[in-house]
Write a protein that binds this ligand. Structure first.
Ligand code: DAH
Length: 336
C-alpha cells in the first residue's frame, strides 16, 4: 500500500532522473520507467479505485499531482534536449557558403581543332561542304584513282604504312584520297573540303611525325579555270593569315595538271617576314575524272591540299611538330 510519502519519493526520483537524462533517447527511457504502463506510478493510479474513501482522496490527489509534475518536467526536458541536439547537428554540419568551390578543370579546344574550325568556317562561307573519308584506305583511292600508278615512289613501303594481311589496304598518306570517293558518291557541281589525319613513314626530325593533318579541297563544275583556283586560295590566305602578298610557283602532283604551290608572305610573331608554303594545288587531271566515272570533256575542277599542323605551327610559333601530339598541358593551355 503506497503512502503519500512514497509518492513524494517517487516523484523526486523521477524529477532527478529527468534532469539527469542527457539525450532524447535517455529521456525516453526515463519516461517509460517512471510513467509507463509498468511503472510504480501506474500501479498506484490503477489501485486508487480499490482504496477506501479517505485514502482514495489523499493518495488519488497526490498521485495525479505527481503524474502531472513528472509529465511536465519530461516535456520541458524534451524540448531542451531536442533543441540542444539540433543546435549541435547544425554546428557540426555547418557549410560555409562563402568558401570557394573545388575548381573543376574546364577543357578547351586543341590548337589544331581551333585552326581546323577556323579554316572550315572560311570555306563554309564560300559555299563549300565538309566531307569525311576513312583513314584506313585502299591503294585505289589513295593512289591509283589519283593517277599515281604502280611503281610510283610514293607507293613504296618505305613511305606508306601497309596493313598486314590485307592486300591493297593502307593508312592514307593524303586527304586527296577523299576526292574520288566524293566524286563517286555525288554529281557535280560540287565544292567540298575534307580535313583529317594522314600517315606517313617519316618521323626523322622535329618537323615530321608519322601522323599529321591535312585539309583537302575539291571543286568540280563547268568552266573552272586556274583563275578560280588562285582567286579562291588568295581569299582563304588573306582570311586565315591576313596576308595579301602571295606567290604561285609551278609544282608537280600526279592528280593535277597544271600543278602549283602557293606561298604567302607572312610576318611571324617575332616580326620576321618570310614566304610560307601554304599548300599544293592544281587543276584536276582528266584521268582522275575518268577514274571517278565523270565526263572529262564536260567537267573541270581544281583541288588543293594544305598541312593543318604546319599552318598552326607557323601562325602560333610552335617550334616542334610533336608538341601538337604530346598532350602536355603546359603547352596546350597556352592556346585555351
Ligand atoms: N596531297 C598532296 C600532298 O599530300 C597535297 C595536294 C597537292 C593536294 C595538290 C591536292 C592538290 O588536292 O591538288 O602533298
Amino acid at each position: 500500500m503506497a503512502t503519500a510519502e512514497d509518492i513524494a519519493k517517487l516523484t523526486a526520483a523521477a524529477l532527478a532522473d529527468t534532469a539527469a537524462a542527457d539525450s532524447p533517447a535517455a529521456l525516453e527511457e526515463v519516461r517509460v520507467s517512471h510513467t509507463g504502463r509498468r511503472s510504480q506510478l501506474a500501479e498506484i493510479l490503477a489501485s486508487i479505485g480499490s482504496l477506501s474513501g479517505e485514502e482514495r482522496g489523499i493518495i488519488g490527489k497526490a498521485a495525479n499531482i505527481a503524474r502531472r509534475d513528472i509529465e511536465a518536467a519530461l516535456a520541458t526536458r524534451k524540448t531542451d534536449l531536442d533543441a540542444r541536439e539540433l543546435t549541435e547537428r547544425l554546428t557540426r554540419d555547418r557549410t560555409d557558403v562563402t568558401l570557394p568551390g573545388d575548381p573543376y578543370p574546364a577543357g578547351a579546344m586543341h590548337l589544331l581543332s581551333q585552326v581546323r574550325l577556323e579554316i572550315e568556317e572560311i570555306f563554309l562561307a564560300l559555299g563549300y561542304e565538309i566531307a569525311d573519308g576513312p583513314e584506313v584506305e585502299t591503294e585505289h583511292y589513295n593512289f591509283t584513282a589519283l593517277n599515281t600508278p604502280e611503281g610510283h615512289p610514293a607507293r613504296s613501303s618505305s613511305d606508306t604504312f601497309y596493313v598486314d594481311g590485307a592486300p591493297g589496304v593502307i593508312l592514307r598518306t593524303q586527304t586527296s584520297s577523299v576526292q574520288v570517293r566524293v566524286m563517286e558518291a555525288r554529281t557535280p557541281p560540287l565544292y567540298v573540303i575534307s580535313p583529317g589525319a594522314v600517315y606517313r613513314r617519316d618521323d626523322v626530325d622535329a618537323t615530321h611525325s608519322p601522323m599529321f593533318h591535312q585539309l583537302e579541297g575539291l571543286a568540280v563544275d563547268e568552266g573552272l579555270s586556274l583563275a578560280h583556283l588562285t582567286g579562291t586560295l588568295k581569299h582563304v590566305a588573306s582570311q586565315l593569315l591576313g596576308s595579301t602578298e602571295y606567290r604561285i610557283i609551278p609544282d608537280f602532283f600526279p592528280f593535277t595538271e597544271p600543278s602549283i604551290q602557293l606561298l604567302v608572305r607572312w610576318i611571324d610573331r617575332t616580326g620576321k617576314s618570310s614566304w610560307m608554303e601554304l599548300l599544293g594545288a592544281g587543276m584536276v587531271d582528266p584521268n582522275v575524272f575518268r577514274f571517278a566515272g565523270y565526263d572529262a570533256e564536260r567537267w573541270t575542277g581544281f583541288a588543293f591540299g594544305m598541312g593543318l599542323d604546319r599552318i598552326a605551327m607557323v601562325r602560333h610559333g610552335v617550334p616542334d611538330l610533336r608538341m601538337l601530339f604530346d598532350g602536355d598541358l603546359r603547352f596546350l593551355e597556352q592556346f585555351s
